[in-house]
Design a protein around this ligand. Structure first.
Ligand code: AHR
Length: 511
């Protein structure tokens, strides 16, 4: 049976948990917006066509920030098409996903939805086919109170109060040759700097994200970040990172389960590059990372589809990358959340991609029901229970061999300490496909602790690692109580089932 020994102490912390780490992403892609969050005529839709059943699940899962409206979509989007009277909004070709965009849903609808969902909106700008002026026009429409062309247009459209959007992404994946309006690092860095400078003149309270690399395997990775930040360091607050992982031919479960090793390395390389630019330019501020797209995505399956090959009919809201997530995928997502949390001193925004239907935390059917995918469970638990300070977890684990990443820990861990509530929260993964793992956690520094809550996600009896939820079985994969947790003489003992993700909460015994 694999073993791991963890040590934690309230005096050894990394940073306060950044609340924006637990965000998600809504793109005009496939059925994320249309028949995802918005479906007029659905029995559960409100008077604006927002699906109440989906909203209820979104509130439960609780993304703290939601990026919108793309993604690759944004690089050809004209935001003006999506505001004003619906019957006058044009239908347009969305070149990114070979779809028809009806523009029934736009900025005003998203702002209202975000308010109902209790989440912070994060807007992405089109720097593919557009530039400085259109970005400033959009910002004026969104955030300026009144008395100007675009603020008065918003008021004429029925939104008297500004939306007050603070977070803005300066384009999307501009390093990718697939991106409409793709640029070199020098071209993009200059455009990002000029757009940022002009936008801050409109609203100095905004926070700006420059595009980093769309994956660590991009040939320009590293050099892209260096050049962009040398151009735009003073003008931006964050550099983005995107990463998707999958199990596929030639990349088996051993490597897939070790995806967080790649994410750790990705984050550490971007931090090193940003800090080198900081040193060279004698800048004082630090640039943090907005990991604003991450997830499991079976991209190899998508590359076989007509849309990926730019073939077939142009449709409204086609089914695109509606990946159905298994027990294994949920465990991997748990390790990715751990990676983000371990780096929470520098990764201060995270957006799981995407929220509904399109590689979604949630799924919904047109005219039908909505449910949580397996991956929603670790996401929701970490969002709820990672509070206070991130702990510097000292971990020694048995290891296993992987073809791609070398030897990797069988047990992966992250944790937080909330001094206000006296609660330690541990997020634990057993990567062993066959054996349970025993985990000892040295907790002496916290005084007396008792088990407050422990739950696990693993294949139940009669299931295997491929089991997933679907419309007929929305709760097949979920959380179960984890009984195998004790605390004695300053050590907590946890037994994790094979291939599992768990949350364990220990709280101080108050007199
Ligand atoms: O999330 C799906 C797509 O993945 C996004 O549109 C793009 O930014 C990324 O390549």
């Amino acid at each position: 049976m694999p073993r791991a020994r963890l040590t934690i102490d309230p005096d050894f912390t990394i940073a306060p948990v950044p609340r924006r780490l637990f965000g998600s992403f809504v793109e005009h892609m496939g059925r994320c917006v249309y028949t995802g969050i918005y479906e007029p005529g659905h029995p559960k839709a409100d008077e604006d066509g927002l699906r109440r059943d989906v909203l209820d699940l979104v509130r439960e899962v609780g993304p703290t920030v939601v990026r919108y409206p793309g993604g690759n979509f944004v690089s050809g989007y004209e935001w003006e098409d999506g505001v004003g009277p619906r019957d006058r909004r044009p239908r347009r070709l969305d070149r990114a996903w070979r779809s028809i965009e009806t523009n029934e849903f736009g900025l005003g609808e998203f702002a209202r939805w975000a308010q109902l969902a209790g989440t912070e909106p994060m807007m992405a700008l089109n720097l593919g086919t557009r530039g400085v002026q259109e970005a400033c026009d959009l910002l004026e429409y969104a955030n300026h109170p009144s008395g100007t062309k675009y603020s008065d247009l918003r008021r004429a459209h029925g939104d008297a109060d500004p939306f007050g959007i603070r977070l803005w992404c300066l384009g999307n994946e501009m390093d990718g040759p697939w991106q409409v309006g793709h640029k070199t690092a020098a071209e993009y860095g200059r455009l990002a700097a000029e757009t940022a400078r002009a936008m801050r003149l409109v609203d100095p309270t905004i926070e700006l994200v420059a595009c980093g690399s769309s994956s660590r395997s991009m040939p320009t990775f590293g050099e892209w970040e260096r050049v962009v930040l040398e151009e735009a360091y003073d003008q931006v607050d964050f550099v983005s990172a995107h990463a998707y992982y999958e199990e596929r031919e030639g990349l088996g479960p051993a490597d897939f389960l070790a995806s967080a090793v790649d994410m750790d390395a990705f984050i550490e390389s971007v931090v090193a590059t940003a800090d080198a630019v900081r040193a060279k330019g004698k800048h004082t501020k630090r640039i943090n990372i907005s990991f604003d797209e991450w997830n499991v995505w079976y991209q190899s399956r998508f590359h076989e589809t007509a849309i990926s090959k730019n073939e077939g009919d142009w449709q409204v809201a086609p089914r695109v990358i509606e990946d159905e997530y298994s027990v294994t995928d949920a465990v991997v997502v748990g390790t990715l959340l751990n990676s983000l949390l371990r780096h929470g001193d520098r990764v201060t925004i995270g957006c799981q991609a995407q929220l509904v239907n399109v590689i979604g935390l949630l799924r919904s059917e047109p005219g039908g029901s909505a449910w949580k995918q397996s991956i929603a469970h670790p996401f929701e638990q970490v969002r709820r229970h990672a509070t206070g300070e991130i702990l510097a977890v000292q971990a020694r684990s048995d290891r296993y061999e992987t073809p791609k990443f070398g030897d990797v820990d069988l047990v992966d861990a992250a944790g937080t300490w909330d001094a206000e509530t006296g609660t330690v929260s541990l997020f634990l993964v057993n990567r062993d496909l066959a054996e349970p793992a025993t985990v000892e956690v040295g907790v002496r520094g916290f005084g007396d602790l008792r088990v407050q809550h422990a739950a696990v996600l693993a294949a139940a009896d009669g299931q295997d690692r491929h089991t997933a939820n679907d419309e007929q079985h929305p709760d097949r994969v979920g959380l179960r109580p984890l009984d195998a947790v004790t605390v004695e003489d300053g050590t907590a003992h946890v037994t994790l089932p094979p291939l599992s993700w768990a949350v364990v909460q220990l709280s101080t015994v108050r007199a």
